[in-house]
Design a protein around this ligand. Sequence first.
Ligand code: SAH
Length: 606
Amino acid sequence: MSEALFADFQPLIAIATTPKAVQQLQPLGQKLIVPPTLIHLDDVTPYQGSLKEYLASVWHSHHSFVFSLATGAVIRLIADLLQDKATDPAVVVVDETGKWVISLCGGHQGGADRLAQIIARQLGAIPILTGAAIASDLPGVDVLGVPFGWRKGEGDWTGVSAAIARKEPVEVMQSAGSKLWQDHLPPQHPFQFQKSASQGRVVISANQDNIQASIPQVKWYPRVLWVGMGCERDTSQKVMEYALKQVFKNHNLAESAIAGIATIDIKGDEVGMVQLCQDKGYPLRTFTAERLAKVKVPTPSEIVQGEVGTASVAEAAAILAADRDQLVVNKGIFRLEGEKGAVTIAIAQSEREYTGRTGQLYLVGTGPGDLTQMTPAAQSAVTQADVVIGYSLYIDLIKPLQRPGQIIESLPITQERQRAQRAIDLAQWGLTVAVVSSGDSGIYGMAGLVLEELADQGWDGITPDVEIFPGVSALQSASARVGTPLMHDFCAISLSDLLTPWEVIEKRLQMAAQGDFITALYNPRSRTRTQQIFTAQEIFLQHRKGETPVAIVKSAYRQDEQITLTTLEKMTKSEIDMLTTVIIGNSSTQNYANWMITPRGYLGFN
Ligand code: SAH
C-alpha cells in the first residue's frame, strides 16, 4: 500500500473492534487501534479504557479517523466530540462486509470525501459521499483554495454553498491567486465572473475591504503578499506585529494574504522575526547583501548601505521574494513606545501565491486502457491528485476517476517534454500532480522524462516528492490476450527512432534475434515511419524460421481491440500501427488452438 496516498490525511487512526474488522482495515497499512482484548493480533495497538474516552483523548491531535464499525455506533461515539465542519477531523466508516466506505463527516474541509474514495479503491468497495457539491460535479466552495494554500476568510459559507447547491448564480470576484480552478469547471457551473445579479458571492483577494453584502458572501485569501522586513538588532516581536497591523490596516490589505517574511541573510537569526514566523506559520526567506544591492528600489538609504552593504533591505527583499519589480507598499519605519527597537516594512505582491505545501509528483501507469486493468493504488493516485496531466487519449480512458474540482490538463501526444516540465513546475509550486502514461509509466513512458528533467534542474531527490505507480505494460497485456508468449527470456524493443538513432535499434534487433529472445516490438509503425517493421522482420528471419509464431495485438483491453496470430514470414501482411504491440516468439514458441505458447522449461530447449 502506498503511504504517499495518505500523506494529506495524517495523522490517521484506524479503529477496529473485532478480528474481522482488523482484517478489513489491515490492507490500508495505517496505524490500527484495537480493544485490549485483541492485542494477541499482529500489527495493532490497544487503546486504554473505554473507546469513547480513548477517542476523546486523540480527537484533536488527529486529522482522520477510519472505523470498521456500524455507522450508528460511530455516530454515538463521536457525537459529543463534533464541533463544526471547519475544524472537525475526517471520519470515514467501512462497513463490516467491506462493500461500502462512508464519508461520515468532515467531508469537504476534513477531506473525508477524498479519504473515502481512496480507501474504497484500495478495498474494492464503493464510496458513499453525500455532500451537495459532489452531486453537482463542482468543487466545494469551502475547499476551493485548498490546493493553492489559500486562507479561508470570514463569510456565510453555508449560505453560499446552499446557493451553489440550488444552482443559483454565484458571482466570483477574484483579484489575486491562481485562476486555474476557473478553467476546469463543468459546463453548467453557477459561477459568474462578471458583475451580475446573483444569490451569492465568492471574493478571492489580498484586500481587507468590507464589501457590503445583501447576499451571502465568502472570502478566500491567496497568500501573495511578501513582507520585506529590516530591523534594528533585538527589535521586539511586539513592534513587528504592531507594524504589520498598521501597514495592513492603512493599505487595506489582509494579513491572511501574507505569503511570508523576507529579509537580509544576517537577520536570519533575529529572534523576534524568527518567533513571529513560527507563530504565524510564515516562511522566512533571506537574501545576501549582494543580491539585495542589485534591486532597484523606490527608497534607498545611504545609512543602511553603510551598515549592511545594500541600500535597501525591506524593499529589496520584498521585491526579490515576490519576484516582481514593483512594491504595493513602500517602506515605512515603525517603533512602539516601551518596546525595544525599530522595524522597516515594505510589501510586494507575487503573481503566484505561496502554497505552503510540499509538492508531490505521482508518475502513474494506467495499464492498457480498461480501468479494471489499472492497479487500485494507481487509481487512487489519480483521484487524489490536484492536477492530472497526460495525453488526451489516456485522460479520456481514466475519466471515471476524476474528482470534482480537479485540474485536468491534456496535451497532444508530441509534447511529452512540455508535459514533464509543466508537471514539475506545478509540483514545485506545491501541488500534487499525477502524470499519467499508458501501460507502465517507467516503460517508454512519462516517468523517465520527468526524472530526467528533475535531474537536469538539480533536484535534491526529495522535494518535490516523487512516487511511481506501476502499471500493466503493453507487452504484458498483449501477451495475456494471446497466451503465454513471454514465458521465457524476453526483451522489448521500440522501433521509434525519434529519441534513439536507428543504428542502435537495428543492432539491438540483431542481438535479440541472435540471442533467441522472445521480442516485443513497441511503436512498431507510424504513418511516417513505415519501413522499420520490414527491416525488423528481415533481421529476425536471418535467425528464426519463417513459421515462428507472431502475435499482433492492437489496442489491448480497449473497445477497438484487434488480435492476430500469424507467423514471422507473414506478419507484415497484417495491419500494424502505433496502437499495436508485436510479439515475436522464440525458437520453441508454438501455436496451439489459437493460443501462443512458449514453453516454461529449459529442458528440451536448444
Ligand atoms: N508505457 C507504455 C508504452 C508506451 S509506448 C507501456 O508500458 O505499455 C507506446 C506503444 O505501446 C504503442 O506504440 C504500442 O506499441 C504499445 N501499446 C500501448 N498500449 C497498447 C495497447 N493497449 N495495446 C497494444 N499496444 C499498446
